[in-house]
Ligand binder design. Sequence first.
Ligand SMILES: Nc1ncnc2c1ncn2[C@@H]1O[C@H](COP(=O)(O)OP(=O)(O)OP(=O)(O)O)[C@@H](O)[C@H]1O
Ligand SMILES: [Mg+2]
Length: 410
Amino acid sequence: MDKHHIVAGLDLGTSKVSVVIAEVSPEKKINIIGVGESSSEGMRHGVVINLEKTINSIKTAVHDAQVMAGIEIGPICVAVTGEHIKGMASKGVISIGSRNEGITNADVERVRESAKGIAIPTEREIIHTLTQDFIVDNQPNIVDPVGLMGMRLEAIIYIITGSSLALGNIKKAVERAGLVVDMMVIQSLASSYAVLDSEEMHQGVCLLDIGGGVTNIAIWYGGSLRDIGLVKLGGEAITRDIAMGLATSRTYAEKIKIEKSAAHPSYLDLEEIIEIPGTAGRGPRKINTEKLYDVVEARVEEMLDFSYRRIKRSEYAHNLASGLVVTGGCANLKGILEVGEELFELPMRVGIPTNDLSGMVEAVSSPSFSTCVGLIKYTVMDKEENNVKRIYTSQDTFMDRLKKWISDFF
Ligand SMILES: Nc1ncnc2c1ncn2[C@@H]1O[C@H](COP(=O)(O)OP(=O)(O)OP(=O)(O)O)[C@@H](O)[C@H]1O
Ligand SMILES: [Mg+2]
């Protein structure tokens, strides 16, 4: 990478399709130059349910981003999610023998290949193979084994696979919209790169990306992705409940959710009266804010409780020293942190994907852009290794970053 190059990311969400175009410098600095968004009607829970509508949403978002950037994009990195995506840790073992130079890059490649050599059913394909751990002569948590002396090298690789059919439909939609898929990245991994910092990834953190239709979960520990999960609930369920509970249209329910609702009473005047337009020719009605709060709070609590139960099943559930980071459009909902912290009994913060960016940062400074911005960050990493390499490595201390910042500045 010796000159500026262009990278583009596409997020096919349940609520919206978004595209981000960035210019990346040889030093891997990301400059956002184009952003496009369109409403998504052809996707549900990460799966294409209407090909033509999906193609049109992609075309609109890509067109807007290209006009803003003033360029046409080439290959694009696409975020994928859905119940069909599964993660599984696999172990590889090789014998090194006794040699003077210790473990070599070729050995690392060989042990990774050995871990990857498990049978994958024909209807599934591999999306990621991420190194979780190296073990040298029974000594675990080796970050980089190259150069170390040892007789036996083990690698734990987290293999993420998805249904070939579901991924094939996404590829087809992208190609029919006139683009080429550069690579596919699971949503929770992309969002993680946008909003988590390396210290959190190292200490243990859980990312919750709560979108319109789904909640994507990613658990990080020791600098590696350890577990992924999905709950088929998001902000649309809250909107649906408001529409039902207050007997109004989905459109008005969405508006009132964003403008007037909260999941915690500290953000509301529960006595306040709200006027609700009636449906099917009925006149408007007046309701207490408390009624709106009851509906929203119940759904948010249930939604987070599903995530809580999924996280509890993970063997890393007790390794979340950095708590949780919530992102996705629902992270905008007032009071979600209070409900989450009480339920998880862990600290929680909102993740907004603006770190280490320049250019049109304002256009992506919302939690609903985490996946798209994360795709750019993932693309910027060293792809050759086909492995997770953080922009800041887990060994980067605050002082390293400060030194880097000072040297960049002068
Ligand atoms: N200020 C806000 N308050 C409450 N909810 C909000 C707010 N802003 C956005 N949302 C909700 O966020 C959801 C959309 O989030 P996002 O854009 O992350 O979804 P998506 O990526 O399209 O969907 P998914 O990830 O589920 O496929 C919608 O349900 C929307 O109502
Ligand atoms: Mg999303």
